[in-house]
Design a protein around this ligand. Structure first.
Ligand SMILES: O=C(O)[C@H](O)[C@H](O)COP(=O)(O)O
Ligand SMILES: [Mg+2]
Length: 338
């Protein structure tokens, strides 16, 4: 894949041509006995843990299902993060959860006693905002975004001076009326400055928002998504994810959105550019195979660590022929404390 790099506006983020590839090229690799034997199970293996950690200078951490499950902090997370910092490791928090901004995550870290800075967060809502502001680079007045998502998306669009409508605006959280059908069909209800429809995990989906989103896409607006995770791990269980709240627009328009969160390799390029690290000395830690682990493997990182406190189960990567296989796994991240 040809990769052209151009320095962007303010904070030096490389702009990769990989923003354009809609879906990452899945991993085509059968799980053989050899690879199965290579997967390290680290829980309870002190020497194995030390040896594993010593290979890496940088850890990219997923959040939901790894650090916490919704508002429930998982065991020994503050200690584990502190331990890695004491060992001089660089940490980056790479979440697909677009409902919060980097500033919101800083507040959540503080509330949960996790030592982390806003600068260390790189979320899918930020990824989407920089794609729109620095790649699409839409010309006014047709440069507005119709949002189907939460405040995290809105805040990150604001941080990139991108205009938007929809989203958490309460005037869209109402029942659709007969006039709405007429005004959407004749375009009176549509904002001519909307050039993009951006979806994320939406806790307030309404038929009206879907009807407007569909109309904008049908009249040519770009269809983007922060991420398309089908489920959200929370309170130790699974709930509808961003992919599920985006699905009505995929079904009604017959179009697939360009997803800008993990496993998008353009997001990896942007993270590498911002945090400047050697991929071979970096490890991706996550709970989901088709986002986190695939992200690390396709990104050519030195290693991937799957934790079993979120979405994926070990059977999914230990079974014969498994497509996405981490280099190691633990029952929970806190197990790295030995
Ligand atoms: O539905 C979603 O958006 C995802 O389940 C959720 O956001 C995943 O977040 P992550 O595990 O990447 O922190
Ligand atoms: Mg996760």
């Amino acid at each position: 894949m040809f990769r052209s790099i151009r320095l962007a506006r303010t904070c030096a983020l490389p702009i990769s041509s990989r923003w354009t590839s809609s879906h990452s090229r899945g991993i085509r690799r059968g799980l053989t006995a050899a690879t199965m034997s290579n997967i390290k199970y680290l829980t309870g293996d002190k020497d194995g843990i030390d040896q594993f950690i010593s290979q890496f200078d940088v850890f990219l951490f997923d959040c939901d299902g790894v650090l916490w499950s919704g508002e429930h902090l998982l065991p020994r997370i503050p200690e584990t993060i502190a331990m890695l910092r004491e060992k001089g490791k660089k940490l980056v928090f790479v979440t697909n959860n677009s409902t919060k901004s980097r500033a919101d995550y800083k507040k959540k870290f503080d509330k949960m006693g996790i030592t982390a800075s806003e600068e260390e967060v790189f979320g899918s809502s930020y990824s989407a905002a920089i794609y729109i502001s620095r790649i699409l680079n839409l010309k006014a007045p047709k440069n507005k975004v119709f949002v189907l998502g939460e405040t995290g998306v809105e805040q990150e669009l604001e941080s990139e001076n991108v205009r938007y409508c929809g989203g958490t605006d309460k005037s869209y959280q109402r029942d659709v009326t007969p006039d709405d059908y007429v005004n959407i069909a004749n375009g009176k209800a549509l904002d001519d400055e909307v050039a993009v429809v951006l979806t994320g995990l939406d806790f307030h989906p309404t038929y009206l928002k879907y009807a407007l989103g569909m109309a904008y896409i049908r009249r040519g607006a770009k269809f983007l998504a922060t991420n398309i995770d089908s489920t959200l791990p929370s309170a130790g269980s699974l709930f509808p994810g961003a992919g599920s709240t985006t699905a009505p627009l995929i079904t009604s328009t017959g179009q697939q959105p360009l997803a800008l969160g993990k496993p998008s390799q353009a997001m990896m390029d942007a993270i590498e550019g911002k945090f400047q690290f050697d991929r071979k000395k970096a490890c991706m830690v996550g709970d989901r195979l088709n986002t986190d682990i695939q992200f690390g493997i396709e990104g050519g990182l030195g290693g991937t660590l799957c934790v079993l406190t979120g979405v994926s189960k070990k059977e999914e990567f230990l079974e014969e022929g498994a497509q996405v296989v981490p280099s190691a796994y633990v029952d929970q991240l806190g197990d790295l404390m030995g």
